[in-house]
Design a protein around this ligand. Structure first.
Ligand code: ARG
Length: 460
């Protein structure tokens, strides 16, 4: 018999039960549901809304249910509809009368809002932890590669020289922002909704602050209608996760390019690549491709929940039960991608010779050549034109800036001297880019120190 069957004279259709039940997916919030119920029961006892003894027996029995659920001893059944009713029904089976008092001054509407926030709070913390591990991996790789010259691109055309360390730190910086975004999301969702009741609060003299305090929230929600109908935190989390996946997907795209024969900048370890069933030579970057592909699921979840919420009148509507699968799937996906990505990066082999070769062949130091002329007193725009003509000359004569004779330089501008070769040397080009944020090794060292400090502040 359903908890809410009093008003009904006939059973619901079996197909309706299947559609209505969320126990199949919300059972993963059993810990949070029990944690919330324990705090609620303690408060009911303390405020004299139920007997102190009943409160204690509820709390003790909930502790037992928690252990049994952890041990997988309780089967989740669609007859229980959702995790909230499942726990309450089990409690009443165990302690009878007192169990029936737990739901005093509470509704599943504020209960589910609480459980979801508690659950996501924990998941956000693990996403942040995984992201910090990935940042640490990037910083370690950067530390090894502060002198590994590689081309940097705009329009995927070789543009200017940088180092692999500088490149890794670009991704580290994106991920640092992801972490702070998740922290902002956590801070904004740090309000405790219990006490909102079904929608207009409750007539009982409850103590919301006590519950908030026990559950580690720094405030209570400010309006009961909003308290039960707000899913901003889930949408905000999905947008944080979407941005995070966008970063991983961009990175994945570069990994895929870099391990192609055409680039050959890295080689993935056997443990983090896969083969082909027909082409024996293949070693495929499936981890990177799947990460890029799974980005679609997370974006989809964000669109899905925005769409679910867009025209809902206040307050709770059953549509909102559609929030959980999307968010759960996204959190699972992001955690999986972050973990595997870190392993893939930590085990990949960097190929400095190939990076260097790619950096040597594309006139990547043309800007430096122009800057050299500026140093000789020529206006940048004129220096730019002279260097453009030089590149044109190189292309038609099968030469590079490094292999041009000094006479050929001088034919283009009398300001060129023998020191031009040192000026366009790739190491020198990188070392001179000593602006904060730039690729010069001492600037990269500063970026490494900043990223490490960011991680250390969060990982005790
Ligand atoms: N399983 C429901 C959900 O996930 C819990 C809230 C149900 N409330 C209600 N009035 N039917 O949203």
């Amino acid at each position: 018999m359903k908890l809410w069957s009093g008003r009904f004279s006939a059973d619901t259709d079996a197909a309706v039960d299947r559609m209505n039940a969320s126990i199949g997916f919300d059972n993963r919030m059993f810990r949070e549901d029990i944690q919330g119920s324990i705090a609620h029961a303690r408060m009911l006892g303390k405020c004299g809304i139920i007997d102190q003894a009943e409160s204690e027996s509820i709390i003790a029995a909930l502790g037992g249910i928690l252990l049994d659920m952890e041990a997988g001893k309780i089967e989740f059944n669609i007859a229980d509809e959702d995790i909230h009713m499942c726990v309450e029904a089990e409690l009443t089976r165990r302690i009878g009368e007192a169990g029936k008092r737990l739901h005093t001054a509470r509704s599943r509407n504020d209960q589910v809002a609480l459980d979801f926030k508690l659950y996501l709070r924990g998941e956000i913390a693990s996403v942040i932890g995984l992201e910090l591990s990935l940042i640490s991996a990037l910083v370690d790789i950067a530390e090894e590669n502060t002198l590994t010259i590689m081309p940097a691109y705009t329009h995927l055309q070789r543009a200017q020289p940088t180092t692999f360390a500088h490149y890794m730190l670009a991704y580290a910086n994106m991920l640092l922002r992801d972490v702070t975004r998740l922290e902002d999301c956590l801070a904004r969702m740090d309000t405790m909704p219990l006490g909102s009741g079904a929608l207009t609060g409750t007539t009982y003299p409850i103590d919301r602050a006590m519950v908030a305090n026990e559950l580690g929230f720094s405030a209570i929600t400010g309006n009961s209608l909003d308290g039960v109908s707000d899913r901003d935190y889930a949408i905000e989390l999905l947008s944080c996760l979407s941005i995070l996946m966008m970063h991983l997907s961009r990175f994945a795209e570069e990994i895929i390019l870099w391990c192609s024969w055409e680039f050959g900048f890295i080689e993935l370890s056997d443990a983090f690549s896969t083969g082909s069933s027909i082409m024996p030579q293949k070693k495929n970057p499936d981890v990177a491709e799947l990460t890029r592909g799974k980005t679609g699921r997370v974006y989809g979840a964000l669109m899905s929940l925005l769409t679910v919420m867009k025209a809902l009148p206040l307050a709770y509507n059953k549509d909102m039960q559609e929030d959980k699968e999307q968010v759960f799937d996204s959190v699972d996906t992001v955690k999986m991608c972050l973990g595997v990505f870190t392993g893939m990066l930590r085990t990949m082999a960097v190929k400095p010779e190939n990076m260097r070769k790619a950096a040597s062949a594309g006139f990547i130091n043309a800007t430096d050549c122009a800057d050299y002329l500026v140093g000789k007193g020529i206006a940048f725009r004129d220096a730019y034109t002279v260097t453009g003509n030089l590149v044109n000359y190189c292309v038609s004569h099968g030469k590079t800036l490094e292999t041009l004779d000094i006479s050929e330089y001088k034919d283009h501008s009398p300001s060129f001297g023998d020191d031009v070769y040192a000026a366009i040397d790739l190491e020198a080009c990188v070392k001179r880019r000593c602006v904060p944020g730039g690729p010069a090794p001492e600037q990269v060292d500063a970026q490494i120190a900043d990223a490490r400090a960011f991680v250390d502040r969060r990982v005790p």
